[in-house]
Design a binder for this molecule. Sequence first.
Ligand code: ADP
Ligand code: MG
Ligand code: MG
Length: 194
Amino acid sequence: MMDSEKLISQLHGLKAVFDDKESELTALDREIGDGDHGVNMKRGFSAVAEKVTEGSTQEILKQTGMTLMSSIGGASGPLYGFSFVKMSEVAEDTIDSENLATILEVFAKTVGEKGKVSGGEKTMFDVISKTADLLREKGSLDLKSLQALADDTEDMVATKGRAAYFKENSKGTIDPGAQSAVYVIQALGEGVQN
Ligand code: ADP
Ligand code: MG
Ligand code: MG
């Protein structure tokens, strides 16, 4: 169960995660994009750690979304940002696994609609939608298994975002947004489990 305090601590924890993973995400985005995804995510969650410090779970998710929208830029900023705003609308005061499943379904739906993307196009959507399905089916998430969902994007050909310009050459690299989505979802999942 994740109350507002736990949610804040999990979101603030993502600042350290993205400090740590900046070079990994940048390396992926250098292969099939413009090399800024690491910096983008780091900037976004540094801003969240600084600006989102109190409120109900709904307020925290909404403020996180607004902060990500105004600080990340690029394709991923509006996708993550708008998703957190929409997720705030279905969050309960204390988030349990079942509510997290609903939240992740909204996450997937929002990215799908805003990004005009569906499964197999090599984006963050692949990780988010499959995780939502897994949690709904099984009732809990094996957080370590999420990496396999990002790994699955390696063999895909990108048809959305900058990576689509690489066509067949986008094969052989994990999608940067799929990788960052693993970290975002792991933080939320961990909050519910502990
Ligand atoms: P930019 O491509 O503008 O530099 P980022 O590098 O921060 O933005 O983010 C790139 C990631 O955004 C991609 O790896 C992909 O997961 C995601 N993305 C890009 N376009 C879309 C889209 N139309 N739908 C879903 N996700 C997308
Ligand atoms: Mg980029
Ligand atoms: Mg960019």
